[in-house]
Design a protein around this ligand. Structure first.
Ligand code: APR
Length: 248
C-alpha cells in the first residue's frame, strides 16, 4: 500500500461549530427556521434586496470579528489529527468544510477547503478579486483592485451557485482511505453526495460523527452520535493510536 492510500478527508458542517455558539441551519430554532433561504441566500435575493442580504451576512460576520466565537474541542482535535498524522508520515488530512466561519483555521488546521466560501472575505462582482473582510459590507466600499463601487459581495456560495474547488475535492475523495462526516444533516448537495462517491471504492472506511443520524446515515460503515466535543476528540485519539479501521 502506498502512503496516498492513508489519506483522510473530513467533511464538516454547521454542527461542529454549534458548541462554539454558532447556530446550525436545520435544527429546531436553526437559521432557516427564522429566515427564508430565498430571501437571503440566493443570487436572486441579492439582486432584489441587496441591503437585506448584506445585513444578514454582516450580522453573522460580527461575532467572529469581535472575537466572541472560539474553536471548540472538536475543531482542536481535528487540527491535532492533521498535525500528528502528517508528522508521522501516515498521509494527508484535509478538511472540506461547508462552514463559512473561521474556526478550523483558528484551531490550527492547514489543509482546509471552504467549499461554501468564507464570511470573512468579500468578492468583487466586477473583477473577481477576493479580499479580507473584517467589517460590515455596505454599498460604499470600493474594490481595491478595479476601483469599482457597489461591487463587493460576501465571498459565500449561495443556493444556485457552484461550490468552490470541486475538482480538487473530488480528486481528494478519490484517493482517501477514510471519510469522516461531522455535524452535517446531509441535505445539501454536492456535499451530501460525497459519502456515495467515496463508497464506490470498497476499501474506504466511512464514519459519521453527528448529533443524530443524517439523511445519508445508512451509507456509512459506522456512526457515533453525540455533541461534537464528545465523540470527535475520542475518535481522533483512537485513530492516532490504532490507525484507520478496516471494512473487513
Ligand atoms: N454536534 C454535532 N452535531 C450537531 C450539533 C453538535 N453540537 N448540533 C447540531 N448538530 C447536527 C444536527 O443534528 C444536524 O444533523 O449538525 C447538523 C447540522 O445540519 P444543518 O443545519 O443542515 O447544517 P449543514 O449540514 O452544515 O448545512 C449545509 O446548508 O444552508 C446551507 O450553506 C448552508 O453550509 C450549509 C449547508
Amino acid at each position: 500500500m502506498d502512503d496516498t492510500q492513508w489519506e483522510i478527508v473530513i467533511l464538516t458542517g454547521a454542527g461542529i461549530s454549534q458548541e462554539s455558539g454558532l447556530d446550525t441551519f436545520r435544527d429546531k430554532g436553526g437559521i432557516w427556521s427564522k429566515v427564508n433561504i430565498e430571501d437571503v441566500a440566493t443570487p436572486n435575493a441579492y439582486q432584489k434586496h441587496p441591503k437585506r442580504v448584506q445585513e444578514f451576512y454582516n450580522a453573522r460576520r460580527r461575532p467572529l470579528i469581535e472575537g466572541l466565537i472560539k474553536p471548540n474541542a472538536a475543531h482542536n482535535a481535528l487540527a491535532r489529527l492533521e498535525k500528528e498524522w502528517s508528522s508521522e508520515n501516515r498521509g494527508k488530512v484535509t478538511i472540506v468544510t461547508q462552514n463559512i466561519d473561521n474556526l478550523h483555521e483558528m484551531a490550527g488546521s492547514k489543509n482546509l477547503i471552504h467549499m461554501h466560501g468564507e464570511i470573512l472575505k468579500a468578492r468583487c462582482q466586477k473583477c473577481g478579486n477576493i479580499l479580507i473582510c473584517n467589517t460590515d459590507l455596505g454599498f460604499e466600499e470600493v474594490c481595491p483592485e478595479c476601483t469599482g463601487k457597489d461591487v463587493l459581495r460576501p465571498h459565500v456560495v449561495w443556493f444556485g451557485e457552484m461550490p468552490l474547488e470541486m475538482d480538487h475535492i473530488y480528486a481528494l475523495l478519490e484517493k482517501c482511505a477514510l471519510f469522516i462526516s461531522i455535524g452535517t444533516s446531509g441535505n445539501v448537495y454536492p456535499a451530501a453526495g460525497f459519502v456515495q462517491f467515496v463508497g464506490v471504492n470498497l476499501n474506504v472506511y466511512k464514519i459519521e460523527l453527528n448529533l443524530e443520524p443524517s439523511e445519508g446515515a445508512t451509507l456509512f460503515d459506522e456512526a457515533r452520535y453525540g455533541a461534537a466535543t464528545d465523540p470527535i476528540p475520542l475518535f481522533v485519539e483512537e485513530l492516532l493510536l490504532n490507525g484507520i479501521p478496516s471494512r473487513n
